[in-house]
Design a protein around this ligand. Structure first.
Ligand code: 3PG
Length: 210
């Protein structure tokens, strides 16, 4: 069955936003997240090693579903797909990116922060969107305001979400999941503290949704 953006958002309450600088961290990190109940992994295209990390996870951790984050161009989407990414997350939206992801068979969670951006994504058939940057762009109040005019859209707020505020977002009917970088702290990677990443994933996986 084809994976949809909504499937990606509904799998767990949190999508980890991951920054990897070392290829050797990728597989143990992915296994640590899966052990805690988090399978949808967004590896951001922010480091030169990101594509090699996705390849390693796709090859060696079949229980995980690796996706690419920070996808900004058609070229990004193509290289992510070649590296084994099975979904894409972007900080904004263009129709060119939407079309490219469709052609590649890559479900896209595009970042939106305004009504016009939501309407452009909807016009291209996308209904499962990332709200980015969530805290800075209006937070809970913005999502509540969108429930009226955009009641058919499900959001993944990302940017400023933490264990302390995730539950407030997840309680909203138009929030399918949240995204956040707290599950994979840079120091845990550096120390190889996979147990800490599993513990953070387990807590995140147990958050309640609406
Ligand atoms: C990012 O920009 O890295 C993501 O939005 C995650 O943001 P966060 O670090 O606030 O979770």
């Amino acid at each position: 069955p084809t994976l949809t953006a909504l499937d990606v958002m509904r799998d767990a309450p949190v999508i980890p936003v991951i920054v990897l600088h070392e290829v050797q961290h990728a597989v143990p990190m992915a296994r640590a997240l899966v052990a805690g109940g988090i399978r949808m992994l967004e590896v951001t295209l922010r480091t030169p090693q990101a594509l090699a990390c996705m390849e390693a996870i796709a090859r060696e951790v079949p229980e995980a579903v690796v996706g690419a984050g920070t996808v900004r161009s058609v070229a990004d989407a193509k290289s992510a797909e070649r590296a084994g990414a099975r979904f894409a997350v972007s900080p904004g939206y263009t129709s060119a990116l939407g079309e490219a992801c469709k052609a590649l068979g890559l479900p896209l969670l595009p970042g939106v922060a305004t009504g016009s951006e939501i309407m452009m994504a909807q016009a291209d058939g996308l209904q499962a969107l990332k709200f980015f940057p969530a805290l800075q762009a209006g937070g809970l109040a913005m999502l509540k305001a969108w429930q009226g005019p955009f009641g058919d859209v499900q959001f993944c707020p990302t940017g400023g979400i933490q264990p302390g505020n995730a539950a407030d977002f997840l309680a909203l009917s138009n929030v399918a999941c949240v995204g956040g970088s707290w599950l994979v702290p840079a120091d845990a990677l550096a120390q190889g503290d996979w147990g800490r990443i599993t513990a953070l994933a387990r807590e995140a996986a147990q958050l309640q949704r609406a």
